[in-house]
Design a protein around this ligand. Sequence first.
Ligand code: R5P
Length: 291
Amino acid sequence: MIIVGGTATNGIDENLSKIVKVPLIKVEHKIFPDGESYIRIPQLISGQEVYVVQSLYPPQDKHIIELLLILETLSDMKNNRITAIIPYLAYARQDRRFKEGEAVSIKTVLNSIRRAGADSIIVIEPHKMEELSYFNGEVKVADPIPEIAREIKKRVEKPFVLAPDRGALERAKRLANELQCEYSFIEKERDRDTGEVRIKNLPDIKVRDKDVILIDDIISTGGTMIQAAQAVYKLGARKVIAAAFHALFVENAYERMINSGIKEIITTNTIPQDPSKVVVVDVSPSIARKL
Ligand code: R5P
């Protein structure tokens, strides 16, 4: 068994190698003058169980291409069983044709990963579980909720978990289970042209004087979390914490979230973060549980 660290690992490859006590080989990588990526696996790997770590955080397209180059090279080295560990799976939110003629991006990305040589994939909490069926091979989902819950427990007295979107309800349930508290969800809608988020339905949730933990798969513009935070403060919440597996913080999303009254943001290292701003949970233990 061997771990191959790709070009976008944010230290997860090293952490994983230490936890599971498996040797790590880092790929050699450079950028040609014209901007194209060069990849070299510095030692012959053959007849092995290989785990390639490559997260698809920005620049997503570059990191996808580099993953494909790594996978095909390992495939060419013969008789390897290759698992791609993809902590942040980019393009996951374009999982269907919202308008006729649109690309189903996640399908193309997962098909390409399979064709390049991955026999199986391990991802951290994707946007939707169903979309993983586009990968024609073994799929495992690593769940860092126990580690996230441990951080939340240090910061709350009367927790209440809220999914800021119906799609996050199952996550809210799992987190509430860890925190032994109530949970619910609100319904939002997004204008697919402007990207603006609006709350469609606010159920009668009892959050007065509670510490509300908003849990979602991803923070991009922060719009979803901000709308939800404002709504629960109006209902009397004591404080709001935002938790998300993957935080992109597009443009000034972080500042806008803090200005909306969100007291703390808890996320993971699937995407590089500034630890002076957010609480960062390492996903490596959750991946190790899947090996
Ligand atoms: C959407 O369905 C996702 O689960 C997230 O709620 C969404 O992508 C977050 O994006 P933003 O931060 O831009 O509101």
